[in-house]
Design a protein around this ligand. Structure first.
Ligand SMILES: *Cc1c(COP(=O)(O)O)cnc(C)c1O
Length: 472
């Protein structure tokens, strides 16, 4: 059929001449590959004023056709160059998204083919791909056979979906988590109807882990006062420090008191596929529900989050919906309607990029990429400790994250230095607060990062003046 009839898809039906499609498509690929090749020289983050951006990108609604080539150029040079480059080797802020090209190819195929993983009848192929990658993830993480899952837009939606499932299995009740849990968690719980009275904050200890003694005491106290303890949320890699709550001890308590054990491993869980990460994350496979974010430490472009649940049928039992107008495409037998595993009905085929990248690179390369991050954060800690008059390590390297402080500096100095290096474009570094103390933080998840990148970033952060603009 290729090249047969160019007018089959003319512009006045919102199509395009096939030669034009190819020309623009190839140009787009060139722009993407050019960016990837020049990634090191890009600023790690660039932010522009809204007014300036709107001037270049906005205007009145275009009533008549405009040149698509010029529009692609504007996207590349203005819109898409004013953002964080989460795949930059010196993007150390918050949690990076290193992405990978084979995953991008999978994403493009899905968009180009208008893939939809909604129902079996509507998307049996894309659905199968999603089921396969969910199964691969379960295997890589070592989750029990029969575990099921769903891909969502990110950690926030995956955690929210898990809370719905937990509630449908165990009923409303008290939920326990620490002040180091991600802030989207209490927000989601609140929106699901868990009012203040349902939420119980458990103190974290000096190492910022959930105190198991405090958890046990809280559960026992609640039982004694006729509350219904329902779920414990542990974090496997906190966003602040990479700290992992004592998963096995929490799992033991959950088993003893029949609570749902949810693990938020949005950024940290992928580390469990490595040897070293497995020891950090020991107990993660005991979770009733587990969240990870492949768009963080599993080399996928935005967006893709993942929820895995160890109880077969629990997702469907929570979200089952089979109205008369969907009967024609409804799953039969072993088939699965992905629409019945979360609140999303029409949904993108997020599995394609995972399938494509796992096949292209192989799991060993993923493992190696993650190990690299763990090791480089340890290297950063080592380098900081080599300069003890300048730096104090506040939270040691844990699965890719290290937090540290300058000695003898006034309030606001960490924030100022983080902003300075970020504004310079050389690296993007963020600050945070640990128990009311301001610290600097590096989150190192990109396999392209080198020891030189880390030394140079730390040296620039340590320098009182940074006169040299990054230009290279
Ligand atoms: C990033 C993160 C989230 C939120 O995930 P999104 O993909 O940003 O929605 C939740 N929990 C933890 C621990 C995280 O690191």
């Amino acid at each position: 059929m290729k090249n047969q009839n160019k007018s089959v898809y003319p512009a006045d039906t919102l199509g395009m001449d096939s030669d034009e499609m190819r020309r623009l498509g190839y140009q787009m690929v060139d722009m993407v590959v050019d960016r990837l090749q020049a990634k090191h020289e890009l600023p790690a983050l660039k932010c522009q004023d809204r007014q300036i951006l709107e001037q270049q990108l906005g205007g009145s609604v275009p009533e008549l056709p405009m040149d698509p080539q010029a529009s692609l150029k504007l996207l590349a040079e203005v819109a898409l160059s004013n953002q964080q480059n989460g795949d930059h080797p010196r993007y150390f802020a918050r949690v990076a998204g290193p992405s990978s090209y084979a995953a991008v190819l999978g994403e493009w195929m899905g968009t180009g083919f208008n893939a939809v993983a909604i129902s079996w009848g509507g998307g049996s192929g894309p659905t199968t791909i999603e089921l396969i990658v969910l199964n691969w993830l379960c295997q890589l993480l070592g989750l029990p056979e029969g575990s099921e899952g769903v891909l969502l837009s990110g950690g926030s939606m995956a955690n929210t979906t898990a809370f719905s499932v937990a509630r449908s299995q165990r009923g409303m009740g008290r939920v326990y988590f620490t002040d180091q849990a991600h802030s989207s968690l209490p927000r989601s719980l609140k929106e699901l109807g868990f009012g203040e009275d349902y939420l119980r904050l458990i103190p974290s200890d000096d190492s910022l882990k959930m105190s198991v003694d405090a958890l046990r005491a809280a559960i026992e106290e609640d039982i004694a006062s006729d509350y219904h303890p329902m779920m414990v949320i542990a974090t496997a890699g906190t966003t602040n420090t990479g700290t992992v709550d004592p998963l096995n001890a929490i799992a033991d308590l959950c088993e003893k008191y029949n609570l749902w054990f949810h693990v938020d491993g949005a950024y940290g869980a992928p580390a469990a596929i490595t040897k070293q990460g497995k020891t950090y994350l020991d107990g993660i496979t005991r979770a009733d529900s587990l969240v990870l974010d492949p768009h963080k430490w599993f080399f996928q472009p935005y967006d893709v989050g993942c929820l895995l649940v160890r109880h077969p049928g629990a997702l469907q039992a929570c979200f089952d919906m089979n109205p008369e107008y969907l009967k024609d495409v409804q799953a039969q037998g072993e088939d699965v309607d992905m629409r019945n595993r979360s609140l999303e009905l029409t949904r993108r085929a997020r599995g394609l990029k995972l399938w494509m990248s796992l096949r292209t690179y192989g799991a060993a390369k993923f493992r190696h990429g993650i190990e690299q991050g763990i090791r480089l954060a340890e290297y950063a800690e080592y380098y900081l400790r080599q300069h003890p008059t300048c730096w104090e390590v506040v939270s040691p390297a844990q699965i890719g994250i290290v937090c540290f402080a300058l000695r003898n500096v006034g309030e606001g100095e960490h924030e100022r230095r983080a902003k300075r290096i970020t504004d310079s474009g050389f690296a993007c570094v963020s600050s945070t607060q640990l128990k009311h103390r301001s610290v600097l933080r590096l989150c190192i998840l990109n396999p392209l990062t080198t020891e030189w990148d880390i030394r140079e970033t730390l040296d620039r952060l340590a320098a009182e003046d940074l006169n040299t603009e990054y230009s290279d």
